[in-house]
Design a protein around this ligand. Structure first.
Ligand code: GDP
Length: 431
């Protein structure tokens, strides 16, 4: 059986924690899209880790961790990350890399930086990990697939051809040093030697695993609102963040995905530019940021302070719908315990009309939040609670209110960063 763990919003919903938790019962965990531009923070018995490329199942010795074909694979980053966990006594994880995954090249990272520099104040707020140039090249059919590392003739010819076009832009648009094909070839030889032991025909491996009844987790990066088609284009990421893409980015049939666990955080946060309707500012935002997540809402990859906001029912309802949600995991609820009243965004006012349907980007920019305030559960620490009925009444009401608004069953409530901080819940919406 295949389960997908994906985000409903802008990312940073706590997918890493939920994947790490569910990985206990899984055989295989697959990253199917994105690259090292976002991170998951995981707290477990080995300590606290920020993962960018490795799937969140690497901390168990019974799991196989897979980098699927849909990922933007940065080979040096992958190997540094493996080292960073094994240096802290995590046993060497079993890793497989799809032979059809494409690689982030050193020039992708440079192009990302140069373009943000060129755009200045109009930049996308890219993490400069090379993701947009990488996916552009993939679809322009000048990307490098892992399999190609093992075909020397092809590689030699291709580095020259690609350097030719890239160098025109480097010279005339960015006025930066040119790519030297021989040096690039050398780098690719290093990549080949690093990745060789892990390369695998992943779709075949997964097909056999599914026939044997193995359980597979697909781990998404970012969330619905960063999807290039269904998100806040153009302030999106460059690969699909939807569970449906899990089938493509891992190489499995779509009908195999029988459970879609969409992670929603009990308040909102976002990184990068783009409309964010329920955003809050000043001291109100600073306090939520300071108290948020596990040690504050700062980017796991960049350390950037995240933009903060109240829970957005409009965005989350849409986010859950596009994911094809079967279960919602509602996270970081413990953090809201300091508030007397908790504002929730229940609608968007656009040109004088209120809607609960998430609009296209140009309308989104005009949207103002319609807020409703719910009573808080101040003074009652909800960490450590294991049964939904034992939560303070106002806390249960908050969950029930959100569930009603978004229309998808909240079957898991996370009340702390640890693996065991989870409350399973019977939802009236669960079919
Ligand atoms: P991801 O990219 O979706 O995995 O999210 P991040 O890892 O960037 O952000 C989630 C943050 O919240 C991490 O620091 C987690 O350790 C933390 N976290 C996850 N669930 C909970 C929770 O229920 N309560 C608290 N306090 N922190 C949580």
């Amino acid at each position: 059986m295949v389960k997908a763990v994906v985000g409903a919003n802008w990312g940073d919903e706590g997918k890493g924690k939920i994947t790490d938790m569910l990985a206990k019962e899984a055989d295989i965990i697959v990253r199917f899209q994105g690259g090292a531009n976002a991170g998951h923070t995981i707290v477990n018995n080995y300590g606290k880790f920020a993962l960018h490329t490795l799937p969140s199942g690497v901390f168990y010795d019974h799991t196989t961790s897979i980098i699927g074909n849909g990922v933007a694979l940065n080979i040096p980053v992958l190997f540094n990350e493996i080292k960073s966990i094994t240096d802290r006594n995590v046993p060497m994880p079993k890793i497989l890399v799809s032979d059809r995954a494409q690689m982030v090249m050193p020039y992708h990272i440079l192009f990302d930086q140069y373009e943000e520099e060129r755009l200045g104040g109009k930049s996308f707020g890219s993490t400069k990990s090379g993701i947009a140039p990488f996916y552009s090249d993939k679809y322009a059919k000048i990307g490098f697939q892992v399999s190609e590392l093992f075909d020397e003739e092809l590689l030699k010819e291709k580095v020259v051809r690609v350097a030719e076009t890239k160098n025109v832009i480097l010279e005339h648009l960015y006025h930066k040093p040119l790519i030297v094909p021989e040096e690039l070839l050398e780098t690719l030889h290093e990549y080949r030697d690093m990745v060789a032991p892990y390369v695998c025909d992943v779709s075949l491996f997964l097909s056999n695993a599914l026939k044997e009844g193995k359980s597979v987790l697909l781990e998404g990066q970012l969330g619905t609102l960063k999807d290039p088609d269904h998100g806040i284009y153009p302030m999106v990421t460059s690969s699909s963040t939807l569970a449906a893409y899990g089938a493509i980015g891992a190489g499995i049939p779509p009908y195999e995905i029988s459970q879609v666990i969409t992670v929603c955080k009990a308040y909102s946060s976002a990184v990068g530019a783009g409309a964010f309707v329920s955003e809050i500012f000043g001291e109100e935002a600073d306090e939520l940021r300071r108290r948020g997540g596990d040690g504050g809402e700062f980017g796991a990859t960049t350390g950037r302070p995240r933009r903060m906001g109240w829970f957005d029912c409009v965005a989350s309802k849409y986010g859950c719908r596009l994911q094809g949600t079967t279960d919602v995991a509602f996270t970081v609820l413990d953090v809201l315990g300091y508030l007397d009243e908790i504002p929730v965004c229940v609608g968007y006012e656009i040109d004088g009309e209120v809607t609960t349907d998430f609009p296209v980007t140009c309308k989104l920019e005009k949207a103002k939040p319609v807020l409703e305030k719910l009573p808080g559960w101040k003074g009652e620490d909800i960490r450590g609670i294991k049964n939904f009925e034992e939560l303070p009444e106002n806390c249960r009401r908050y969950v029930e209110f959100v569930e009603e608004q978004i229309g998808y069953p909240i079957t898991m409530v996370s009340n702390g960063p640890g693996r065991d901080d989870i409350i399973y819940r019977e939802s009236p919406l669960k079919k």
